[in-house]
Design a protein. Structure first.
Ligand SMILES: [Zn+2]
Ligand SMILES: [Zn+2]
Lengths: 243, 201
């Protein structure tokens, strides 16, 4: 069987034997892929370092038709992010993105836009963007890709205009009006700064960098991700601190 | 190929096949080797494993494996207690001891920080490390976790933890393997080697 080329982000891995690893890649072409890298633990090999977590690499994969693992035959490092080795807060956000990519998608379910966004967010970390902003932007992109593009122009429940106090409903993945707030249990009250940032983000305009990361915005987004995933991502306690 | 033998032999094969690097074929070879002839090998192995399970535990001080309260390295008065080499596992201690060049002591973390695999700081021997350093007498801590993202993340965490104590913190150098050639070195090795360069005497 011929090997096929792909570019991917390493989002997981475990030792398979003394010399081999099983690597989980989020590829641009096929989405999440788990494949066996024989000799992937040999120290000093080019092959091995390509499979370090959160490395972008180009790979050749032999896809197995029936059950059995796909086989990685070649790997080359395309991009690495040194900030992850210098700042713990950045590393935690990197791990968090890996968790969302792992948990939110199926194997061989391609999401090229999400791959591009993950790489863009890692680059933003590298360029010094606040880790919580990187995380928040990625959460919005992840929600949108999974079909939960947050509603920010009108009430997510009744479609009516929302005036006055802005409430965010994690279960409705969007804002809710005064009349619907009773139905939207656990809604989070947003400040106008958070609200404006969300609106700018969803209209694709540069939202600017908030100077400090508001707790209300973090709560709104992380609770929405938790609702969509069906459980609280384990990296959140590192990203946001204990809750 | 799965283990198909029934009974006690099947159990032996199953246990052997669970060991790292041992597949069903090797398990079968080992089992038949042990059970052939007078079986003295099997008895010796069973006996030593039994004693190991009962007696080997973590060193009270450094968390290396030992059958005493303090491991031989922590007991040795000739080892320099002012330098601590922080490693992930007891196997890493063995690797350093084999080269025979290090005269300080160790601290075994018991793994690396891997929150995605549910290994948080509370699972490592970090409190004990901090207490060792706070007790005084330690002037340098060498971070010798693996050169992977998780290993580097662990080193970062330990460095942050120990920084307030004022102890000197160093990280193992990395880069070009001795005997390798510049041409064949991958770009990351060259970059690491350049970053870790030192004064030439
Ligand atoms: Zn409404
Ligand atoms: Zn000891």
């Amino acid at each position: 069987m011929a090997a096929e080329a792909a570019i991917g982000l390493v989002i997981g891995g475990s030792d398979w034997s003394e010399s081999s690893r099983i690597v989980t890649l989020f590829t641009r072409e096929w989405g999440k892929v788990r494949a066996l890298a024989k000799g992937g633990r040999r120290l000093r090999s080019n092959f091995e370092i390509a499979f370090d977590l959160l490395t972008v690499c180009r790979v050749m994969v032999i896809r197995k038709s029936q059950s059995g693992l796909d086989l990685l035959t070649e790997a080359r490092v395309e991009e690495r992010f040194s900030v992850l080795r210098r700042r713990l807060a950045a590393l935690y956000v990197g791990y968090y993105m890996a968790e969302l990519l792992t948990e939110g998608t199926q194997e061989y379910d391609p999401h090229p836009a999400l791959f591009d966004r993950a790489v863009a967010q890692l680059r933003a970390l590298e360029q010094g963007m606040a880790p919580l902003q990187v995380a928040s932007e990625f959460e919005l992109a992840w929600l949108a890709e999974l079909g939960y593009r947050p509603r920010v122009d009108a009430c997510a429940v009744c479609g009516g205009r929302a005036e006055g106090e802005v409430l965010w409903s994690p279960s409705a993945a969007g804002m809710v009006c005064r009349h619907c707030r009773a139905e939207a249990r656990g809604a989070v009250r947003l400040t106008s700064a958070s609200w404006q940032w969300l609106q700018a983000q969803s209209s694709g305009q540069p939202a600017g960098n908030l100077t400090s990361w508001p707790a209300d915005l973090r709560a709104a987004l992380s609770l929405t991700v938790t609702h969509v995933l069906g459980r609280r991502p384990k990296m959140l306690r590192y990203v946001d601190g204990p809750s | 190929m799965a283990v198909t033998e029934q009974g006690v032999l099947g159990e032996v094969l199953q246990e052997l096949a669970r060991l790292p690097g041992i597949g069903p074929k090797s398990a079968e070879r080992i089992a038949h080797f042990l059970l052939a002839g007078d079986r003295s090998r099997a008895k010796a192995l069973a006996d030593v494993l039994q004693r190991a399970v009962e007696r080997i535990h973590q060193c009270r001080e450094c968390f290396n494996l030992t059958d005493q309260e303090l491991c031989p390295i922590c007991q040795d008065p000739k080892r320099d207690g002012s330098v601590l080499c922080v490693v992930e596992t007891p196997r890493d201690v063995s690797a350093f001891e084999r080269i025979g060049r290090y005269r300080g002591r160790y601290h075994v973390l018991g793994g690396r920080l891997a929150p995605l695999e549910n290994v948080g700081p509370e699972r490592l021997t970090l409190d004990a490390l901090l207490q060792r350093v706070q007790r005084g007498g330690v002037r340098e801590v060498i971070l010798a976790t693996s050169p992977t993202l998780e290993g580097d993340g662990t080193a970062l965490y330990v460095a942050n933890l120990l920084r307030p104590t004022g102890v000197a913190i160093t990280r193992l150098a990395r880069g070009l393997p001795t005997g390798g050639s510049l041409e064949l070195a991958n770009p990351q090795m060259l970059a690491d080697a350049l970053e870790g360069r030192r004064t030439f005497h």
